[in-house]
Ligand binder design. Sequence first.
Ligand SMILES: *Cc1c(COP(=O)(O)O)cnc(C)c1O
Length: 393
Amino acid sequence: MTDRLAWIDEELKNLKETGFYNSIRTLGSPQGSHLVVDGKQVLNFCSNNYLGLANHPRLVEAVNAATKRLGVGPGAVRSIAGTMDLHIELERRMAAFKGVESSVVLQSGFVANSASIPVLAGKEDAILSDELNHASIIDGSRLSGAKIIRFKHADPQALEDAIKAAQSQYRRLLMITDGVFSMDGDIAPLDQLVEICERYGVMSMVDDAHGEGVVGKGGRGIVDHFGLHGRLDLEVGTFSKAFGVAGGVVAGKAKISDLLKQRSRAFLFSSAMTVPNAAANLAAVDLLEESTALVDRLWGNARFFQAEMRKLGFDTGVTQTPITPVMLGDVQLAREFSRQLYDAGVFAMALGFPTVPQGKARIRVMLSAAHSQQDLENCLDAFEQVGKRLNVI
Ligand SMILES: *Cc1c(COP(=O)(O)O)cnc(C)c1O
């Protein structure tokens, strides 16, 4: 009898032979400046836990209190019996935090894109998408059935040219861009992109997953960073990065939220965010609104670390945020560098093709407010040693 799943063995073998097989590590500790990885204690420079909230006592307390009152599960999809006062409160608070009319919370940032894009665009429309947009934007766009037109990364002129070429052929146009790009740490020229969208009557949407809790006043995000309040139609966000928990949010004009609750398949056919998630997310918003201390500390750490890395002779690319790519070029070199850092007790991921373009392999160092000055210095020492050993500096 032939094995009808033999092709899977082939595919896995092929991934292993070509070096694309991803071995996933197991953590035996909470997220923080240090991790226990496969039993070994290491300094953590891999997570998106920008503000150190993933294991913050205030969030843990909020979960304990909420689960006592409301239990754990939401029980149903939002539109049947899954919306609790906690979800409404979180939506109200997120809208206020972002300075928009309204917000809708969803199960994840990934879901927020597939929930919202098909509501705004359909078969007769076109989506103008930055060529480096996140996978969840691409999937959400595909799901909409709209024509996807990619424009050159962070290039307002390319957007304008694409709009001019597409305008007469489609019913409506929607521009979507990441706010902060997670591989390079650069920021979209959102002020110019929005100005062009307004001029041509194109709908605009930004995915601010790496911007919320990081850029803008007290971490209010990319729209606040550029002072564009009220000018974008929709913002997608996540609670899984700076907010330290999990969940997604769609924020913007009230009528878009209204339509989303009627039409969005992920809203109508997937159960609500759990009680612990909603409670922890709400506590994270409280912390961000009370003080800018964590955001300030994150930026202090980023500025110090990046300046020291440049002094050592490393190329930190085009970053404008705490995401710190250490450009190495060759993927084998990046992997070896990451391995030797790990042996020295520093956990930082090597990224190669197809995650980043061919020949642009790198180690990506994710800084956090959770890191102490000593943590940063230990990391710099490890980079210096390995960099010299491998003739990078
Ligand atoms: C991480 C990320 C997401 C996914 O967010 P999750 O809440 O983890 O699902 C979506 N968009 C962008 C741009 C991201 O960086």
